[in-house]
Every structure is written in structure tokens, then in C-alpha cells.
Write a protein that binds this ligand. Structure first.
Ligand SMILES: [Zn+2]
Length: 232
């Protein structure tokens, strides 16, 4: 095989294929480079960087498969986390979204034969909760981000604090009611006199307890003196 034959697209494509890498139209999976057209792809395949990659791939196909597997896994999980959070979702929905990205890694460039294989692997590795149904496999992202875990703990603590406070308040009110009832049995109502300088002046006073705590009661009576019951 002469040098020119080695550099043809067909020859390169078959080399990539034999190493288990996917050939896409005008896309170099190995370099992850998208070319505009056939001419662009030819130019890319002639480039030094591509040739270097090709040499590495043929020397160590396992290393390349590991690389693509890792990238596929990371991209897939990142998409799952970003789009669905920790919601349970059908693996096909995530996969279809993943492959709609132009520069996605094709499954056959990875260590997994099928999406089901990959899904089971995610479950085995503890990266996702997976479960099989008559409709297929479902996956659920497990969030292990230290920031999220810290935030969740903080939230739990706050919830507990609120519950503790509510309990304290309830106990306090209970105590007040109990004291109030005890007090009422002993205390007789107290009457107080309010006096005014002149007849036109208004007498205002607040009821500081119960539902009317902030309401101002205004009386405007002609009587110079008035007896009211002190509700305090
Ligand atoms: Zn390339």
C-alpha cells in the first residue's frame, strides 16, 4: 500500500472502523472534528494532528475506546443531571437527546454494545438507580456533588430548627393559657376611671391582647367621665 493509498478517506475510514470507531459523514470521531464538506474532511485527514491521532489509535485501540467510553459516560450523565436532575426517566429519552447533539460519541466507539448494556453498567457502578420495566429501562441520577449534599444537610437542619421552634412556641402558648386560666380564677375585674381636660377630647386606648391587638378604639362621648373595664 503506497503512501497516497494510505491517506485516502476510504483507507482511513476502514482503519477507524477496524478499531471499533465510528465513521460519521465529514466528522472525525477520533479527533472529534466536524468538517464542512468532503474537501474539508480530506484536508483534515491529511493534517499532521489527525495523522498523529491515527497512529496512536492503531497502536493502542484500547486506550481510544477507554477515552471514548469515558467521554460518552461523562456527557451522558451530565445531560441527565442537567435536564432531569434526580427524576426517574426512560433511558431512551436521555439517549435520544444525547445523540441529537452533533458532536456526540457514538455507542459503537465505546465499550458498551447497546444502551441497555450501558444502563445496566450505570446501575452496577452505582452512578444511577436503574430499573427494568415492561416498557424498558429507567434511570435516575444519584447526586453526589459535595455542594449539593452540603446544601441538603443545611436544608434538613433548617427544617428541624423550624419544627423545634414550632414546638417551643406551642409549649409557650400552652403555658401562657394555663397561667391565664389560673390567674382569672383569682383576679376580680378591675375598673379604672379615665378623665379628660375638656369634653371634645377623644379618649383612645388600645386592646393589647387577642385579635384586636393593633386596633385603636376611639370613643367620642359628651360625658365628661366614663368608666371602662381594663382588659389588661
Ligand atoms: Zn481526525
Amino acid at each position: 500500500m503506497g503512501k497516497s493509498a494510505f491517506l485516502t478517506r476510504k483507507a482511513i475510514a476502514s482503519t477507524i472502523k477496524s478499531k471499533g470507531l465510528q465513521k460519521l459523514r465529514w466528522y472525525c470521531q477520533m479527533c472529534q472534528k466536524q468538517c464542512r464538506d468532503e474537501n474539508g474532511f480530506k484536508c483534515h485527514c491529511m493534517s499532521e494532528s489527525h495523522q498523529r491521532q491515527l497512529l496512536l489509535a492503531s497502536e493502542n485501540p484500547q486506550q481510544f475506546m477507554d477515552y471514548f467510553s469515558e467521554k460518552f459516560r461523562n456527557d451522558f450523565l451530565e445531560l441527565l443531571r442537567r435536564r432531569f436532575g434526580t427524576k426517574r426517566v426512560h433511558n431512551n429519552i436521555v439517549y435520544n437527546e444525547y445523540i441529537s447533539c452533533r458532536e456526540h460519541i457514538h455507542m459503537n466507539a465505546t465499550q458498551w454494545e447497546t444502551l441497555t448494556d450501558f444502563t445496566k453498567w450505570l446501575g452496577r457502578e452505582g452512578l444511577c438507580k436503574v430499573d427494568e420495566t415492561p416498557k424498558g429501562w429507567y434511570i435516575q441520577y444519584i447526586d453526589r456533588d459535595p455542594e449539593t449534599i452540603r446544601w441538603q444537610l443545611e436544608l434538613e437542619k433548617k427544617k428541624k430548627q423550624v419544627l423545634d421552634d414550632e414546638e417551643k412556641t406551642a409549649r409557650f402558648i400552652e403555658e401562657q393559657v394555663r397561667r391565664g386560666l389560673e390567674g382569672k380564677e383569682q383576679e376580680a375585674p378591675i375598673f379604672k376611671e379615665l378623665s379628660r381636660e375638656n369634653d371634645e377630647e377623644k379618649v383612645t386606648f388600645n386592646l393589647n391582647k387577642g385579635a384586636c391587638s393593633s386596633k385603636k378604639w376611639i370613643t367620642n362621648t359628651k360625658k365628661p367621665k366614663k368608666k371602662i373595664q381594663d382588659l389588661e
